[in-house]
Design a protein around this ligand. Structure first.
Ligand code: BTN
Length: 243
């Protein structure tokens, strides 16, 4: 596995996309100390100051139909929850689809980007952002009440190399199990165990507008099922979830 390190970069995801299009092999990991244009989901930016977090992107080349690609985000979320729980000694929870929270505060986000050819995945870039050693007062005003870092949870700083190692140790076997035949069925129960979304009243902010109801389950594709107040069940493919 090769690691591409940059002190400062616009976005590790953007760099990993370029490398992947140029043929970089599966397992190539792009890591930066600082991102000047870190990207979050839905066009948001991702706070990525120097010396503070793990900002990294992993190139994957699974042989998958496009319809299955979103499952990789959920597989990654399981690995992240395990790694962050192990590093802090405090239970981390998964908020569907891709946030890792401690209590109600987000510590880690995942941004999966895909290139497809016809109906097959060509490559995936799995972008992982973890707030590691960010003193709470250093988060910008708008993140104060919704963000936390591993240091904030554990009370002491954690070396970022240890964080990268723990993440890769958890991710690799789960990813192997997923691609080498187990599929999402072999991971769905693990996801459910770590999730903090199911069983709750939620508002799913989708591109079609908000959907309010109870988060019932995820299906075999990782799609969220929500029972609306009128009793109908909706499939949610992509949304921001509010509790
Ligand atoms: C989200 O929760 O909205 C996803 C955040 C993903 C952030 C990471 S940091 C490393 C990688 N490079 C980026 O530009 N974004 C992802």
């Amino acid at each position: 596995q090769s690691i591409v390190y940059h002190e400062t970069i616009d976005s590790t995801n953007t760099m990993a996309q370029k490398l992947a299009l140029n043929g970089a092999p599966e397992g190539t990991l792009v890591i930066a100390d600082e991102q000047t244009a870190g990207r979050g989901r839905r066009g948001r930016n991702w706070f990525s100051p120097p010396h503070s977090g793990v900002w990294m992107s992993l190139i994957l080349r699974p042989q998958l139909p496009v319809a299955h690609a979103a499952q990789i985000t959920l597989v990654t979320a399981v690995a992240m929850a395990r790694a962050l729980t192990r590093l802090t000694g405090v239970e981390a929870g998964i908020k569907w689809p891709n946030d890792i929270l401690f209590d109600k505060r987000k510590c880690c986000g995942i941004l999966t980007e895909m290139h497809a050819e016809f109906d097959q995945v060509h490559h995936l870039v799995l972008g992982i952002g973890i707030n590691v050693n960010v003193p709470q007062e250093q988060f910008p005003e708008e993140l104060q009440s919704i963000a936390t870092s591993l240091q904030g949870v554990k009370g002491v700083p954690i070396p970022r190399a240890e964080v990268v190692r723990a993440v890769m140790e958890e991710l690799e076997p789960l990813y192997r199990r997923y691609v080498d035949g187990g599929g999402f069925a072999s991971i769905r129960e693990d996801w459910k165990r770590s999730n903090i979304t199911l069983g709750r009243q939620i508002v799913a902010q989708t591109a079609r507008g908000p959907i309010t109801g109870e988060a019932l389950d995820i299906d075999e594709f990782g799609v969220l099922l929500v029972r609306r107040e009128d009793g109908e069940t909706e499939k949610i493919y992509s949304a921001d979830i509010l509790f």
